[in-house]
Ligand binder design. Structure first.
Ligand code: ADP
Length: 561
């Protein structure tokens, strides 16, 4: 029985309305879209009766192709044959209807030219008539098609067409809601991804970041803030502006400026959880928080920069002092001779000594620079260490007649492959330290011995010794123990640093044993054979191997201690 034959059009209309209400309810309850659409089609198939098979196809976002929506009673093979059909003129009933934006009635698929491309699968599925109507959005955009298939050729009555269009509007509501849901889900996913991305940046930023709401409470903090302040992120979230500051009154004044002007930039000091005060550079900028406007404070630890600045100042003062003293001595000696019109042996000696001191100073500075740049070069040759030790000890003893220098060497040469000039530089530095840091009249003992594959040169003095807390920093660049800094003993604090680097470039080391009041012993240990290939392979470069062209080793750059 066809619709028009039922003679109960109002009853059918009501059934359609009931079907519409049911699917909208299903949709509102959150039943999946496919299930709702499927249910809608099945109910309508019952309402329309008469062996009708209904199909809903959905137009893709580009508005070019139709895809399966719901068609529970169309054979799978046929559904596959029409899946993704491009809309256009003469592209089946649905493709044409979507393209024309108009209802397309094909009374007999077997003969109608619109079905030329799909006739075979349609007939194979037992389909002969297909009436299709576009489904429009509220804005008039085509969302898909609603089609009725029959197994025998047939034309629709007006009533059927009216119903089809009415049903199309309900389908549109469901599809539009689904599209809106999809769009919302897509936006939400995008938002979550965006948030996750910002979260990653927030978490990974090395600077300390504190998110502050307009009441001055810390709404959030990143791990950088936890590292800087020593408080856990959760602890920070329970704090407010001023609580981290070393000067809470100033912090509150700053906060007022932030609120009034929308930001602030400057240096401040914070108190870590352990009580330590840390200088920080701070930039406060406005941000939009989920709960409303707020601010982000980015804090950068300035301790290292401040320490470097201090070190630079100290260094300049030290260099100025170290240059001024020898220059004053040279000028004084020269003036003495000028005023007397005579050459004075002691004045000349002083000039020579002071010039040597100046040139050592300049060399030390240059060496420091070379080491930093990884350009410390060794000229390796076969050498006798015993004679190097003897020469250096004699030199130092001659310049310091006030000390007794005892040298104990093996009675045979101690041969090995070293850079004689660089090794002499280390020894001169260790020997002259022993002399300059111990009182006149005391004894400096120098010993050289061979042990297994190494040679050791130790120098012991009867000086004041070195405080245990100074020992770990002794070989640091520009470090001078407090006792040395407070004394008249001059120095730049680079001799041991350079010496350690030279020893290391040879594959050796310098160690120190010292006790306050009991003197110090520095020991240089060098491998007899400087292992060129192994040093060269990992960290330096070597060229030349003969005596006439000695191997040159560029020592690797070491990090600043
Ligand atoms: P400088 O002697 O120019 O200060 P060095 O690098 O040679 O620099 O030595 C670093 C510091 O180590 C010295 O300032 C001094 O405090 C300490 N030091 C080195 N040798 C001795 C020593 N024999 N006795 C006591 N202190 C020493």
């Amino acid at each position: 029985m066809g619709l028009e034959e039922r003679g109960q059009t109002s009853a059918v209309t009501e059934a359609v309305i009931a079907a519409e209400r049911e699917v909208l309810e299903l949709h509102a309850r959150g039943v999946p879209f496919d299930t709702v659409l499927d249910r809608f089609v099945r109910i309508l198939e019952d309402v329309f009766g008469d062996g009708v098979r209904i199909s809903i196809l959905l137009l893709d976002d580009e508005g070019l192709h139709l895809h399966h929506g719901a068609a529970p009673h169309l054979p799978e093979a046929y559904r596959r044959a029409i899946e993704g059909v491009a809309i256009g003129e003469a592209r089946g009933s649905c493709g044409t209807a979507a393209h024309r934006r108009d209802t397309v009635i094909v009374e007999d698929i077997a003969t109608h030219p619109f079905w030329d491309g799909w006739r075979e699968p349609a007939l194979a599925a037992g389909l002969r008539a297909c009436w299709s109507t576009p489904i429009y959005s509220a804005g008039g955009q085509v969302l898909g098609t609603f089609a009725l298939y029959y197994e025998e050729p047939r034309a629709p009555a007006d009533e059927a067409l009216r119903l089809i269009q009415m049903v199309g509007r309900t389908a549109a509501v469901v599809i539009e809601r689904k599209r809106a849901d999809d769009e919302r889900a897509r936006l939400l996913a995008e938002l979550r991804e965006l948030e996750a991305r910002y979260r990653n940046v927030f978490e990974a930023t090395a600077d300390a970041l504190l998110v502050i709401d307009t009441s001055g409470a810390y709404a959030d903090a990143n791990p950088g803030a936890a590292a800087l302040t020593g408080y856990a992120v959760d602890e920070l979230r329970a704090m407010r502006v001023g609580e981290l500051s070393a000067d809470p009154a100033a912090a509150h004044a700053t906060w007022r400026t932030v609120v009034e002007t929308g930001g602030w930039q400057g240096d401040a000091e914070i108190v870590r959880k352990d009580g330590q005060i840390v200088p920080v550079a701070s930039i406060v900028t406005p941000v939009q928080l989920p709960a409303g406007p707020g601010f982000v404070a980015a804090l950068r630890d300035l301790s290292e920069r401040r320490a470097l600045e201090r070190m630079k100042e100290e260094f300049h003062a030290m260099v100025a002092h170290e240059l001024r003293n020898p220059l004053a001595a040279i000028a004084g000696s020269a003036q003495l001779m000028l005023s007397t019109g005579q050459l004075h042996e002691r004045a000349l000696e002083r000039i020579v000594r002071q010039t040597q001191q100046l040139s050592r100073l300049v060399n030390d500075l240059l060496d420091t620079h070379q080491i930093e740049a990884g350009q410390l070069r060794l000229q390796l040759q076969r050498e006798d260490l015993a004679s190097i030790v003897r020469t250096c000890a004699d030199e130092v003893a001659r310049l310091s007649p006030g000390h007794r220098v005892d040298v104990a060497l093996p009675d045979h040469p101690v041969e090995g492959t070293w850079d004689a000039d660089r090794v002499s530089q280390v020894l001169r530095n260790l020997f002259s330290n022993a002399i300059k840091y111990s009182p006149p009249g005391s004894v400096v003992n120098i010993r050289a011995e061979r042990r297994d594959g190494d040679v050791r040169v130790s120098v012991s003095d009867e000086g004041p010794g070195i405080a245990p807390e100074a020992l770990p920093r002794l070989f640091d660049r520009f470090y001078r123990a407090p006792s040395a800094r407070g004394s008249q003993v001059r120095g730049l604090g680079v001799g041991l640093y350079v010496s350690r680097e030279i020893a290391a470039a040879h594959g050796g080391k310098i160690t120190v044993q010292s006790a306050v009041g009991r003197g110090s012993t520095f020991t240089l240990t060098l491998p007899v054979r400087c292992e060129l290939p192994s040093i060269a392979s990992g960290s330096g470069s070597v060229s030349g191997t003969t005596k006439s062209s000695p191997p040159v080793l560029t020592a690797p750059r070491r990090g600043m201690d």
